[in-house]
Design a protein around this ligand. Structure first.
Ligand code: BEZ
Length: 317
C-alpha cells in the first residue's frame, strides 16, 4: 500500500503543484480548481497533487505573475487585470457592451481572437495558456440612488486596475478606484468607495445588496478568467503529465464558461426574491463613454476591431 504523508491521498514522493487565485473558497473559480485537483490526484493515483491556494494567499495577481514567471508558482486562475497592464491587447476582452449576455461571452472566449491571445500573447509573459473561464457579466452597485436619467458621473467606483477599465470609468465622469477583490468589503462598508463594478455572484456572496441603494444589472462587460501555467514549470513536466493537466484544466474551463449564464441567472433570482433594489439600465448610465471608449481603443489596440467583428457575427447567428 502507498505510504500517505500529507493531505488526503498524498503519497510519499508525490509531486506537489500549486495553483493560486484571488477568489475566496466559495467562488466558482476556486471550486473548479479543487475539481481539477481531485481529478488529477485520482488519475495519477496520488503521484501529482494540486494544492489550491485561494483568496490571494500567495499575494496579489502582480505577485503571482512574478512567481509564475520564476517557476515559484506552478499554475493560476488569473483575471485580465495584470495581464492587460503588461500587454494591452488582453484588455480588448473587456470592451463595453461587446456582447449582450454571458452565453455570447462564453462563445466569444471560444473564438479565434481569444484563442490567439492565449497562444501568442501569454508566452512573452512567461506563461503557458491552458484555457478561458469567466466570471459573471459585470454590473454596477451604487451606495446612493441614481436619479431618473442619471449617470454614474461623480461616483467613486471600484474597478480592477487595467487601463481599459480605468479609461472607461474616467470617460464616464466617475472616479475609478482600483481595489482587489479581497479588499472590497471593507472599502464599501466603510464608505471609502461609493460604488463598484462587480458581478451578481460577488454581490450576493458579500451581501453587498445591503449596502447598496441600487444594483444596476447592466451586464456591460465580460470578465474573462485565464487558466495559466508557469512557462518554466510547464517545460520541466513530463509530456504525458502536461497532456493530462492540459485536458483536465481545459475541461473544467469549459465547464466554467458553460455554467456562468445559469450562475448569473440564479444570483439574479436570489437578489430579486430577497427584495434587493435591482434594475436593468441601458448604456445611457455611462453617458457617451461607450462610443468614446471604442474610438480610443480601436486605435490603441487594433485587434479590438477583429473581436468586434466576431462578436457581431455571433449575434447574427
Ligand atoms: C473582481 O475583482 O471583480 C473579480 C475577480 C475574480 C472573479 C470575479 C470578480
Amino acid at each position: 500500500m502507498a505510504l500517505l504523508v500529507g493531505g488526503l491521498g498524498q503519497m510519499a514522493g508525490a509531486e506537489v503543484l500549486r495553483i493560486g487565485m484571488i477568489t475566496p473558497p466559495s467562488h466558482q473559480w476556486t471550486i473548479s480548481a479543487h475539481a481539477v485537483a481531485e481529478r488529477l490526484n485520482a488519475q495519477t493515483e496520488g503521484r501529482l497533487v494540486l494544492s489550491v491556494m485561494p483568496s490571494g494567499q500567495l499575494g496579489n495577481e502582480a505577485q503571482m505573475l512574478q512567481q509564475l514567471r520564476s517557476g515559484a508558482l506552478d499554475m493560476a486562475f488569473l483575471t485580465v487585470g495584470e495581464l492587460a497592464n503588461r500587454d494591452p491587447d488582453f484588455g480588448i476582452l473587456v470592451a463595453p457592451y461587446l456582447v449582450p449576455d454571458a452565453e455570447t461571452a462564453a462563445r466569444l472566449l471560444e473564438g479565434p481572437t481569444a484563442a490567439s491571445l492565449l497562444e501568442n500573447n501569454l508566452a512573452p509573459l512567461g506563461l503557458h495558456g491552458l484555457g478561458y473561464g469567466m466570471a459573471g457579466m459585470r454590473i454596477v452597485l451604487l451606495s446612493r440612488p441614481l436619479a431618473d436619467g442619471g449617470t454614474v458621473a461623480g461616483r467613486k467606483i471600484r474597478t480592477v486596475p487595467l487601463a481599459q477599465e480605468l479609461d472607461f470609468w474616467s470617460t464616464a465622469g466617475a472616479v475609478p478606484t482600483p481595489l482587489p477583490l479581497p479588499d472590497l468589503f471593507d472599502a464599501y462598508a466603510n464608505g471609502q468607495i461609493d460604488g463598484m463594478q462587480l458581478d451578481l455572484e460577488g454581490t450576493w456572496n458579500n451581501r453587498f445588496q445591503d449596502y447598496s441603494a441600487v444594483i444596476l444589472d447592466s451586464e456591460h462587460m465580460i470578465f474573462p478568467m485565464f487558466a495559466v501555467a508557469s512557462g518554466r514549470k510547464w517545460q520541466s513536466l513530463d509530456p504525458a503529465d502536461r497532456d493530462l493537466i492540459a485536458r483536465l484544466v481545459a475541461e473544467e474551463a469549459a465547464h466554467i464558461r458553460a455554467a456562468y449564464p445559469q450562475i448569473d441567472a440564479d444570483y439574479r433570482a436570489r437578489l430579486t426574491e430577497a427584495g434587493a433594489p435591482i434594475i436593468r439600465p441601458g448604456p445611457e448610465i455611462f453617458g457617451d463613454a461607450v462610443e468614446k471608449w471604442y474610438e480610443t481603443w480601436r486605435e490603441r489596440t487594433p485587434l479590438l476591431v477583429q473581436l468586434e467583428d466576431e462578436a457581431r457575427a455571433l449575434q447574427a447567428d
